[in-house]
Write a protein that binds this ligand. Structure first.
Ligand SMILES: [Mg+2]
Length: 251
């Protein structure tokens, strides 16, 4: 693997390790599998409790009569795009919309360990899966690359429950729309924004931690977080601060 010889060599090296951790380590596989298995083991309890919801957008609403559903992000939660990251490293490039769209069209995304088994368990229990993704896609088209890749992996879904990016990337409005149809018993994501909407003034390290701590008791019960060391809003939160990343190291 040849890294970009100029500029951000240290950054490339850490990106390489993050991608290799996802692609080769038994530890990554174990983290993903134990997350989905823990969720599967808890699903019957979640379904039986008519007051159980995992969505902040649903709290306080009449939900007892709604059918249960689980909500999942797609990229790095259900779909594994680490090969795209590997392509970037090989080419000495960083993320761009152009290369990302080309990757999506290829339809070669794999699946995160444990995800497909969990989705089959949910379907067997009569629990719908709602996918809220920031991919630009057309859920009603059989030609759509995201629809095709879900079908390729035997992932059951209804077109109405594949909620593609519409307008902004914030997912709260789509969770709210799903909460009108279903009791949302579990949320899955690799990014904190898959669980809560962050107002700009609170989207800082301190603000995010405060919101996370307030819902600590839902972790591993209603909220299930997949590991993604390659990219995410955790990283952009640091970059946006205007401080050097090394300043955040605790020694
Ligand atoms: Mg994701």
């Amino acid at each position: 693997m040849v890294l970009c010889a100029t500029g951000a060599a240290a950054q490339d090296s850490s990106f390489l390790d993050a991608t290799l951790w996802v692609q080769t380590s038994v530890e990554y596989r174990a983290v993903a599998k134990q997350t989905y298995r823990a969720a599967g083991a808890n699903l019957v309890r979640a379904v039986r409790d008519p007051q159980w919801t995992a969505a902040l957008e649903q709290e306080g609403t009449a939900m007892a009569t709604l059918p249960p559903a689980v909500v999942l992000d797609l990229d790095e939660t259900v779909l594994d795009n680490s090969a795209y990251q590997a392509q970037l490293i090989g080419a000495g490039k960083t993320f761009s919309d152009e290369t990302w769209q080309a990757w999506v069209k290829e339809g070669r995304a794999g699946t995160v360990p444990g995800a497909v088994e969990f989705l089959k368990t949910a379907a067997a229990l009569g629990v719908e899966a709602v996918f809220i993704t920031n991919r630009v896609c057309d859920a009603a088209s059989l030609e759509d690359a995201t629809v095709r890749v879900l079908q390729l992996h035997g992932i059951p879904f209804q077109p109405a429950n594949l909620m593609c990016k519409a307008g902004g990337s914030d997912k709260s409005a789509r969770r709210k729309a799903a909460a009108a149809k279903y009791r949302l018993v579990m949320l899955f994501g690799d990014d904190f924004r898959d669980f809560v909407s962050l107002p700009k003034e609170r989207d800082t390290l301190e603000g995010r931690l405060e919101m996370a701590v307030a819902r600590d008791y839902w972790l591993g019960e209603r909220w299930f977080v997949l590991a993604n060391p390659m990219y995410g809003s955790w990283e952009s939160t640091l970059s946006r601060s205007g401080r050097a990343k090394t300043e955040f190291l605790r020694k």
